[in-house]
Design a protein around this ligand. Structure first.
Ligand SMILES: O=c1ccn([C@H]2C[C@H](O)[C@@H](COP(=O)(O)OP(=O)(O)OP(=O)(O)O)O2)c(=O)[nH]1
Ligand SMILES: [Mg+2]
Length: 143
């Protein structure tokens, strides 16, 4: 599918790194390098604006390599880009390690998965259909 995009950064457009990748890597769009101190969070600009079709969302997810090697994650993971959002896509990074982490413009900081979603209409009732699970949850089948 084609999606309209504005790229106000000097970075290449987000791209799938392998043939069947689900996510496109997003790159930081910065005027100068940023340091993320331990437990600090910062909203990182990408310079990108997109026009998703109705019925689609984009999810902003952490990259496992950055998470494993440097403790870099996303506070609101997965971030949600709504189809009617026209603002700049930003990534809310957090440094969960004990070492400062430097981010430079062009660094691949997150990945974006475009997915279909439903919008539901509620049918309000007094009783829900019974199931074997019922109210069981939070490990009620064992750990
Ligand atoms: O990681 C993110 C999450 C959100 N957004 C943008 C796109 C999204 O459509 C909008 C609103 O996000 P969300 O609904 O998660 O935030 P909110 O706190 O509910 O704000 P709003 O009241 O604007 O919906 O912010 C981003 O750029 N990056
Ligand atoms: Mg919202």
């Amino acid at each position: 599918m084609n999606i309209r995009i504005i790229n106000n950064s000097k970075n290449t457009l987000p791209a799938y790194e392998t043939a069947h990748a689900a996510g496109m890597d997003l790159r930081a769009d910065l005027e100068s390098a940023i340091m993320l101190q331990p437990m600090e969070r910062k909203l990182i600009p990408t310079g990108l604006h997109i026009e998703l079709p109705e019925g689609y969302e984009a999810q902003i997810r952490p990259r496992s390599g950055l998470a494993y090697k440097h403790g870099i994650s996303i506070v609101n993971s997965p971030g949600t880009i709504d189809a009617d959002y026209r603002g700049e896509i930003k990534v809310l990074l957090v440094n969960l390690s004990t070492e400062p982490f430097e981010i430079n413009t062009g660094d691949r900081i997150a990945q974006m998965v475009v997915a279909k979603h439903e919008q539901v209409k509620w049918t309000e009732v007094e009783v829900l259909t019974d199931t074997t699970r019922g109210h069981g949850g939070y490990g009620h089948t064992g750990v």
